[in-house]
Design a protein around this ligand. Structure first.
Ligand code: UD1
Length: 344
């Protein structure tokens, strides 16, 4: 980490990817991390867990960034902030279809308020959580950052696409602020300590938490959403990437954006393992690594699912020196360890 990078603000710092990123920031030598979270899908207790892992606790504020003044007050109190990593957003695809206005208001108002602060307080780096959802279904694999984007299937997807567009327009008038868009594929797993992971305050929608909660007996048998896709075993293919690798990429993106190496604004990076894994392959990996037999059945397709997507992450490797360190087995083992610790 650059010696001079000493203070970073993270929105959504108590959340799944935010909490892992705070640990990576501390491990990289950042002295002060400020977390802003409204705990709508996380808990304040996460900070004690962060401290148990790395011995440091972020300065933390309970605040809602979709409220105009909240973040401004915090930024005013911390003129030392050099970069903002913006995670805070709603992310349940199905819920976004039910509550589109809530998603647009929360995710877009939140982003606008963060950008206003970045501009007003002349914060040099801005890192945005985007998603591979912006690519939609493409016919050429793997997808790289130049793959054309398509119309999102859900309001959630639209907030990511619109968010990217807002940041592009912002960067035109603020060339002094370096913006980076990180397009996550499927972040899964948990910190190897088993102390940090995704807290499910709502009904889980994503495959790996559904697997672990079903294995723990919290959920009943689960369904594989369709086995008639044009893939090698008929189930959908995704690119699963360990959440600690995703966290590490944020530290590298921050370092990149603080340097003069960044010449394109905003710069975009795919963050995936580069490997396509089917739903059945993910299930088998979980069963093998954890020596468990899962209770599942093949069900109908889920509306809005694309059949396959996986990443070409060579740009992040070249420009950020980022390469995933964890395997699919690591993802499945750590996800189960976290689930088991949650039950204690
Ligand atoms: C979903 C979102 C994506 C979002 C990401 C992170 C959709 C269409 N996409 O990705 O925009 O960025 O979550 O929140 O929802 N599966 C089952 N059974 C289950 C659950 C999932 O078979 O009970 C399958 C799905 O059909 C899919 C795969 O597992 O093929 C992965 O699903 P999921 O973990 O929900 O992620 P995505 O759909 O890829």
């Amino acid at each position: 980490m650059n010696k001079e990078l000493s203070c970073v603000l993270v929105t959504g710092g108590a959340g799944y990817i935010g909490s892992h990123t705070i640990i990576e920031l501390f491990n990289a030598g950042v002295q002060t991390v400020i977390s802003v979270d409204n705990y709508s899908n996380s808990t304040e207790e996460t900070y004690a867990r962060i401290e148990a892992v790395c011995g440091k606790n972020p300065v933390h504020y309970e605040a809602d960034i979709s409220h105009p003044g909240h973040l401004k007050t915090i930024c005013k109190a911390h003129p030392e902030i050099q970069g903002i990593i913006h995670f805070a957003a709603l992310k349940a695809v199905g819920e976004s279809v039910e509550k589109p206005l809530e998603y647009y208001r929360n995710n877009l108002d939140g982003l606008l308020h963060v950008l206003e602060c970045v501009a007003e307080f002349q914060i040099k780096s801005f890192i945005f959580s985007s998603s591979c959802t912006v690519y939609g279904q493409t016919s050429v694999f793997p997808v790289n950052e130049n793959t054309p984007l398509s119309e999102p299937e859900s309001p959630y997807g639209y907030t990511k696409l619109a968010g990217e567009r807002i940041i592009r327009d912002f960067a035109v008038i603020h060339p002094e602020i370096h913006c980076v868009l990180l397009r996550y594929f499927n972040p899964v797993g948990a910190h190897p300590s088993g102390l940090i992971g995704e807290i499910q305050l709502q009904k889980p929608n994503n495959l790996v938490p559904i697997i672990t909660m079903s294995a723990a007996g919290i959920l009943p048998a689960f369904s594989v959403h369709g086995n008639d896709y044009p893939t090698r075993d008929g189930t959908c293919i995704r690119d699963y990437v360990h959440v600690c690798d995703i966290a590490d990429a944020h530290v590298k993106a921050l370092r990149f954006s603080q340097s003069e190496v960044q010449t394109v604004n905003p710069e975009i990076f795919n963050l995936g393992s580069g490997e396509g894994v089917s739903v059945l392959e993910a299930i088998k990996a979980f069963e093998r690594v954890n020596q468990l037999v899962l209770n599942y059945a093949i069900g109908p397709r889920r509306a809005g699912d694309i059949s396959a997507i996986y990443s070409d992450s060579s740009k992040a490797e070249k420009q950020l020196q980022w390469k995933p360190a964890y395997t699919l087995d690591d993802m499945m083992a750590s996800a189960w360890k976290w689930q088991q610790n949650l039950g204690k």
